[in-house]
Design a protein around this ligand. Structure first.
Ligand SMILES: Cc1cc2nc3c(=O)[nH]c(=O)nc-3n(C[C@H](O)[C@H](O)[C@H](O)COP(=O)(O)O)c2cc1C
Length: 363
């Protein structure tokens, strides 16, 4: 095959390179994967209605999010197990994100410890994704590690009171990481270094815990977390407008609309369909982020026009990583940036800040 020129072609290359069970783990979702398909399909049902003769010039894509400059508002969504896709794993992803001038949200289920990800990508802006653990002392230990690594926000995922059921994984018998790979952020000690004492950042041999997804977690835990850290909190996995309002009341710094890429509750609507209602509920109090199904620059432009301050991409980054490591992720992020610029130009828009809902029509 020729070198991939679209995000979807990167998926084809990645599929060829990955172990079939690992491809299924990355590509799949919950239940009948109705939400997985809906996320992408919803973008196809939205049309762009360009303006002409605006003399807008070359569009500007840079913006600021929670105090960090980004070259293009396309963030790396938190996804687990990058070392299944490339031996360098999250280190490669972080370097590519830094080179693209964007933010990487490091998953709590990363296969490289967050401190080691930061060390491998100097200058990267990293946010840390957290599942609040019922053992708040353990939650605090993880938060301290993220702070020590220099992460500048906590992305708290709240759509997971239980693990999503992924039939593909059951069918493939995929229920554990291969030998030599584990969730390094789940180390059961309070050491901030890589844990093996040799300073090489390769992780220690100490035990790791499993992530607990608990239905006991509530707004009280979000309040506790706010008191525990001065890092801004981004609430990820909000789909109901009432929860978006509660999030603002509880003092979060951003609301992140997401159905987890269709991997938690199946039949939740497409993320971009939920966006306008959430934006209205938040009423400009804090920025709104969105992910799910973004595969083209035009998808990014639609989401921004509907009121998102930024978007994030999950699987596209995995496809880049599996296809060609750090270079592949750079290519995917570069493709999306070029497509965003091109779409803005064709829309007659001068800057990502000038996008407005009138540019988008339902068809
Ligand atoms: C393989 C995979 C692993 C994921 N792991 C996490 C995770 O550890 N934490 C989290 O908050 N979201 C996780 N997500 C959800 C993503 O952050 C994001 O919401 C989703 O991938 C967006 O949809 P997209 O893949 O269509 O871009 C994961 C998604 C995938 C595909």
């Amino acid at each position: 095959m020729h070198a991939p020129v679209t995000v979807r072609e990167f998926e084809t290359v990645a599929r060829d390179r990955l172990h079939p069970a690992h491809y299924d783990y990355f590509a799949g979702g919950a239940g009948d994967e109705i939400t997985v398909r809906a996320n992408e399909a919803a973008f196809a049902r939205l049309a762009l209605l360009p303006r002409v003769l605006r003399g807008a010039g070359r569009p500007r894509t840079e913006t600021t999010l929670l105090g960090s400059r980004v070259a293009t508002p396309v963030l790396v969504a938190p996804t687990a197990f990058h070392r299944l896709a490339d031996p360098e794993g999250e280190k490669a992803t972080a370097r590519a994100a830094a080179a693209a001038g964007t933010i990487m949200i490091v998953s709590m289920a990363a296969t490289v410890a967050v401190g080691d990800v930061a060390a491998a990508a100097p200058g990267a802006t990293l946010w840390f994704q957290l599942y609040i653990q019922p053992d708040m002392a353990f939650t605090e230990a993880i938060v301290r590690r993220a702070e020590a690594a220099g992460c500048t926000a906590l992305v708290v995922t709240v759509d997971s009171p239980a693990r999503g059921r992924h039939d593909r994984d059951v069918r493939n018998g995929f229920d554990d990481l291969p030998e030599g790979m584990r969730c390094e952020n789940l180390r059961d000690d309070d050491r901030v270094s890589d844990g093996d004492g040799d300073g090489d950042g390769d992780g220690g041999a100490g035990p790791v815990r499993s992530i607990v997804m608990s239905p006991e977690i509530s707004w009280e835990h979000v309040d506790l977390l706010r008191r525990m850290t001065s890092l801004p909190i981004v609430l990820k996995g909000v789909t109901h407008p009432a929860d978006a309002r509660l999030a603002v009341e509880h003092g979060v710094s951003a609301v992140y609309v997401s159905n987890h890429g269709g991997r938690q509750l199946d039949t939740v609507p497409a993320a971009v369909e939920l966006l306008p209602e959430i934006v209205a509920a938040v009423g400009g109090a804090v920025p709104v982020l969105v992910d799910g199904g973004i595969r083209r620059g035009t998808d990014v432009v639609k989401a921004l026009a509907l009121g998102a301050s930024a978007v994030a991409v999950g699987r596209p980054v995995i496809w880049g990583l599996a296809a060609d490591g750090e270079r592949g992720v750079s290519r995917v992020l570069g493709l999306l940036r070029d497509e965003v610029e091109h779409a803005l130009t064709l829309c007659g828009v001068a800057s990502v800040h000038d996008l407005e809902p009138g540019l988008v029509r339902r068809c």
